[in-house]
Design a protein around this ligand. Sequence first.
Ligand SMILES: [Zn+2]
Length: 140
Amino acid sequence: MKVPIVRILHSPLKIHELIERIDLGSEAKLVGPAVLDGEMSIGVGYEVHFKGHISATVLLTCVRCLSKFKKQFEIDFKEKYLPESLAVTDMREKELSREDLDTFIYHSNYIDTSEIVKELLIVEIPPYPLCPKCRALDNS
Ligand SMILES: [Zn+2]
């Protein structure tokens, strides 16, 4: 969902959204829709605050036995997004590079919630996933 910034200027916006499709790359696939529950509001200097919860099931391939298995993700998040114009000024003033900022930057006059869910989900997916069987073998 693309949330125009004007929608949150005067009051916070509650978001409940089912996201059917998220491109997680070739190694992971979303099973059923991801569920997003959150609240978006605006702070000082058009800084967007977005907090909430993501629930998603992802089909992964085990790196050891190559079997496919499902993994449930429950992610609590609390993020800040700066408008690009402001972020650039901030970087110049503090001589920061883009990597130094712990906040995300938004480039337009809207925030795309599916992009946010994608980014948060990709971070949580293990780079070398092990299925429950192989994980049990590891621990024994
Ligand atoms: Zn396995």
